[in-house]
Design a protein around this ligand. Sequence first.
Ligand SMILES: [Zn+2]
Length: 107
Amino acid sequence: MTVRQLRARRRRVAKRLGDPEATLRGTLISQGRRCGKPGCHCADGEAHGPYVYLSVGRSTGGARLLYIPASLADAVRRRVELTEATETALAEISAINLELLARRELE
Ligand SMILES: [Zn+2]
């Protein structure tokens, strides 16, 4: 790609960046639960749920699960997807800038 094409691509990718205030990092997972009550159908049958959780990485490693009520699931899903798309776009812009830097055309 020419320098001009790289810059045009960078501009297009930058337009995909979402609102930084909506940033929410994590992974949505759906999981059934067993309540532990003796005689409940979940003990040897189908678990309760499934319930939605946000898996959030800890700085110390590992992850914690945050329960997401059904009423918030869509709003959380939108933000998580937007955040992933933004991070992908930032990685692409950085790669373009590295290429421009290598050609001494960083601007
Ligand atoms: Zn149960």
